[in-house]
Design a protein around this ligand. Sequence first.
Ligand code: PXL
Length: 275
Amino acid sequence: MLKRIVSIQDISCFGKCSLTVALPILSAMGVETAVVPTAVLSTHTGGFTGYTFRDLTDDIPEIARHWESLGIKFDGIYTGYLGSIEQVNIVSDFFDQFKSDDTKIIVDPVMGDAGRMYAGFTSAFAAEMKKLCGKADVIVPNMTEVSLLLDVPYTENYDEAYVREMLRKLTDLGCDTAVITGICYGDGKHGAVAYDKKTDTFSSSFERHIDCAAHGTGDIFSSTLSGSIINGGTLQEALDTAVSFTFRSIEATLPDIDEYWYGVSFEKCLGMLTK
Ligand code: PXL
């Protein structure tokens, strides 16, 4: 039987992020993927101006009610970019409605990158996102989001001890597992580090660092990690799959990076995931 996940995040119609990467990646991994689009934007907000934004918050409880009446169940719930505090609260209710003992909840607390919040986010939003992270099994912030979730200053000068301290603090929010993405210790490598509270163990996965600011890579990472976890992979297997798929996708974009500044060419690498 296929595993079934529901991904809750926006559709950026052009720009390769959120649902337009989650759907192909999870499908390639053999996971049945339902979606709750939280908003429809003409493009993502990174580097484009003048984009449209159709808020779909009011549709979410209605979609949930219909699904509940049909008895639909999910092995996983994976959330990404959410557009407002109200939406975070509605997604929190969605967790209560659809979580069973076997449902894994993965929250990517999308709020910013490289020390800056994305357009439209506030510290009040971050406070609400903290609570949502507390209801997750696995959370997947980058260092910018760690600083917003833990109220610590953003830094790019960190070492392994600091990352481990942040990971332990993240699990204090209430989740079992925290994964920090985009970790670079300045040794030419780039990857992700994780902590599992139940077993008190750290794990990590690294690839060669590629010096390029690519858009949508966080969503590619969390989609792949989610697919691997839902398919029963260990945390180490999920990290390895997500880090290597993200790395290969960035590498595949390099020959045409000026053309594809808005998103990476992950399509060239989907075959890696179909085994
Ligand atoms: O990749 C994260 C993301 C998702 N959705 C929208 C975004 C961004 C990042 O900028 O703008 C709409």
